[in-house]
Design a binder for this molecule. Structure first.
Ligand code: AMP
Length: 281
């Protein structure tokens, strides 16, 4: 497995693969890899000839009071996961090489970036869109693998790929959970034992909403009410948002019709967790 921090090195390697007619898949991450990330790498390996994984804790997508400096960075263990899952290259650029002095450009996906997580984390999705566009330009893959764990991010990056004619296939991958239902996340490492025990309540709340949607007489408001009520039963959680949206627009649906999804973010202690659940009527 090639391990490099140098943008021109990864571009050259992928360029050589493409020149030989090989199909290249790309899995961007912030590291602290878990089974959710591993499932993306496995799918990319199954569907491509070569897979590049990137690890970059992107300063541009963290707010001034967020966890940039304490975000976990277990590099050796991450490299072992990439190797085990069959990645051909691990690209781990430095913040200095990504954002050279004088860097001024930002990418904004309007209308989707301001909602939900974007409302609580101003500038977050601008940082995400900017770094993903840069990574795609450096790596130049055929296919981009992203998790449904970050459902809003997936929607925004799909839009980016279409709007800017990126010519990359965006592949959304299933959300991987712990056996008790908690969505796997690098941030779960922040949880105390007590918080970890309480954390599956977020998923349980979304499932309660999805159940309500199957009840005769249910509507968008009753679905959201049921999910919020269930979440409120776990005193350790403080809701950031919990909404029912149309999967295409990320806006509240007028009725329980079409492809809908519950999206939520909630604080448990000092840790902000996100989750989502499809709602099929
Ligand atoms: P991150 O390292 O958190 O930036 O995540 C990198 C990629 O892995 C993103 O596309 C995430 O959506 C995806 N991912 C993270 N956690 C999970 C999970 N539990 N299941 C599926 N995909 C995930």
């Amino acid at each position: 497995m090639l391990v490099t921090a140098v943008p021109s090195r990864i571009s050259k390697e992928v360029g050589a693969w493409r020149g030989r007619g090989l199909r290249v898949g790309f899995v961007p991450t912030m590291g602290a890899l878990h089974e959710g990330h591993a499932s993306l790498i496995r799918r990319a390996v199954a569907e491509n000839d070569r897979v590049v994984v990137s690890i970059f804790v992107n300063p541009l997508q963290f707010g001034p009071k967020e966890d940039l400096s304490r975000y976990p960075r277990p590099f050796a263990a991450d490299a072992a996961v990439c190797r085990r899952e069959g990645a051909a290259a691990l690209y781990h650029p430095s913040p200095e090489s990504m954002y050279a002095p004088g860097f001024r450009t930002r990418v904004e996906v309007e209308g989707l970036s301001e909602l939900h997580c974007g409302a609580s984390r101003p500038g977050h999705f601008r940082g995400v869109a900017t770094v993903v566009l840069k990574l795609l330009n450096q790596v130049r893959p055929h296919a981009l693998y992203l998790g449904e764990k970050d459902f809003q991010q997936l929607s925004i990056l799909r839009r980016l790929a279409v709007d800017l004619d990126l010519g990359v296939d965006v592949v959304g991958c299933r959300l991987v959970r712990a056996p008790d239902g908690l969505a796997l996340s690098s941030r779960n490492a922040y949880l105390s034992e007590e918080e970890r025990r309480a954390a599956p309540a977020l998923h349980a709340a979304l499932r309660a909403g999805a159940r309500e949607a199957r009840r005769r007489g249910a509507g968008p408001a009753s679905v959201v009410r049921a999910a919020r009520a269930e979440l409120a039963r776990e005193r350790l959680f403080r809701r950031d948002y919990l909404v029912l949206v149309d999967e295409g627009t990320l806006l509240p649906p007028p009725a329980l019709q079409g492809k809908l999804r519950l999206l939520a973010a909630a604080w448990i202690g000092n840790t902000r967790l996100i989750d989502n659940q499809p709602v099929r009527v």
